[in-house]
Design a binder for this molecule. Structure first.
Ligand code: NAD
Ligand code: GLY
Length: 367
């Protein structure tokens, strides 16, 4: 068993909401004992999906639990399932001090978290993330949401969990494509590290160059380290700006482009991580074109993304439509698109004075 890593998220103005991220191997079988250190709940509602339930339901023996098993897919992160979670909580007479647990990837985490945020104006919430994407990113920081027919994550809240319980053993069943989608968010942290305001210097960019094989082999020490680094960087950002008034926007490197890619393909062609990896490449091209980064840094970043083989090539979008979609991004302000772009090694800045032609030039080479 790898050493468990305990990391604290500590939002200064919300002392009551500080929480631990506990990472290790084979933690699921001890979930009953662990969660009870973090909540006084008498009853639990565990929300998961069919895929995860088949693989891991038998390992999670939290006493006094009801289970809700949903269908698997982004399209189920919707109002109907949000209501179903609330109905199930009411049916099982959960009280405010009781606890709703999200046991799954980012879809289950976001959906369940939003239900927990509103059930009785907020009951206890615990995340047990099962995808790499959820373990390195989405389970931390309190963004919870459901999709609306007019937009992804359109209805949501900031609601922090009491605990993030990360068992890396479950990654062994994660399909390679899903592992890579998580790695896209990991690459993002390598490119934003110095802007996160974290006093530690991990050199994640170099770590990723040096440990690719161990990462794909799911070496437990390396994976735990990776989760620890990403969550520490994310916690550092969230602790400074929980509700995205400023700094937190840097976590969206590549996401403005990804937003267009996902919308134009109805969320069916690419995974979120694939779209983000393509978007990061475009953000780098934009930064190169407007003179924010050197050709050397641009090339070394492209090499790292290519090496991890996450961003598919050979797609075909109408540039005008691509551009229009960007205005619907939640980061757009006063009719201006805001881009997170690199401005130096592992550092980023937000720019909004970018011309349409500059955007076209940055996406063109990838179309
Ligand atoms: P997901 O939750 O759909 O999981 C991907 C697939 O892997 C699913 O089919 C799932 O059933 C399966 N799976 C999960 N764990 C498994 C395991 N251990 N073994 C085998 N299969 C497993 O997708 P995701 O990539 O985890 O999350 C994407 C979602 O996260 C999107 O809705 C996105 O908007 C959201 N997100 C939220 C944040 C945030 O900060 N809240 C950040 C990034 C992304
Ligand atoms: N994943 C972006 C954020 O948490 O802000």
């Amino acid at each position: 068993m790898t050493q468990s890593i305990e990391l604290k998220v500590n939002i200064p103005e919300k002392k009551a909401y500080s929480y631990d991220i506990l990472t290790g191997q084979n933690l699921l079988i001890n979930a009953d004992e662990i969660v009870k250190k973090y909540t006084k709940a008498n009853k639990f509602l565990i929300v998961t999906n069919e895929t995860i339930a088949k693989l891991y339901m038998s390992e999670v023996n939290i006493k006094n639990s009801a289970w809700l098993i949903l269908e698997d897919g982004e399209e189920y992160k919707n109002l109907e399932n949000y209501k179903l979670i609330l109905d199930t909580a009411v049916e099982h007479k959960l009280e405010r001090n009781d606890c709703i647990i999200a046991f799954g990837g980012g879809v289950i985490g976001d959906l369940t978290g939003f239900a927990a945020a509103s059930y009785m104006r907020g009951c206890d919430f615990i995340q047990i993330p099962t995808t790499l994407l959820a373990q390195v990113d989405s389970s931390v920081g309190g963004k919870v949401a459901i999709n609306h027919e007019h937009g992804k994550n359109l209805i949501g809240a900031f609601y922090q969990p009491k605990l993030v319980l990360t068992d890396i053993s479950v990654l062994k069943t994660l399909p390679l494509r899903q592992l890579k989608t998580g790695l896209a968010e990991v690459l993002k942290y390598a490119f934003i590290e110095k802007s996160c305001g974290c006093p530690l210097n991990y050199r994640l960019f170099d770590f990723l160059k040096q440990n690719k094989q161990e990462i794909f082999d799911l070496n437990p020490d390396i994976i735990s380290k990776l989760i620890d680094i990403c969550c520490t960087l994310k916690a550092s950002v969230v602790n400074q700006d929980e509700t995205e008034k400023g700094l937190r926007a840097i976590l969206n490197l590549g996401h403005t482009f990804a937003h267009s890619i996902e919308n134009l393909t109805n969320y069916t062609t690419y995974t979120h991580g694939e779209a983000v990896a393509m978007g990061i490449k475009m953000a780098f091209k934009l930064a190169l074109n407007i003179g924010l980064i050197s050709k050397d840094y641009f090339e070394s970043a492209m090499e790292l993304i290519e090496d991890y083989d996450i961003a598919p090539a050979g797609f075909n979008f109408d540039k005008e439509k691509f551009y229009e979609e960007m205005f619907l991004d939640k980061k757009a302000q006063n009719g201006k698109i805001r881009f997170v772009v690199p401005n130096g090694s592992s550092s980023v800045v937000i720019v909004s004075d970018v011309t349409k032609q500059q955007v076209f030039d940055s996406i063109e080479s990838f179309l």
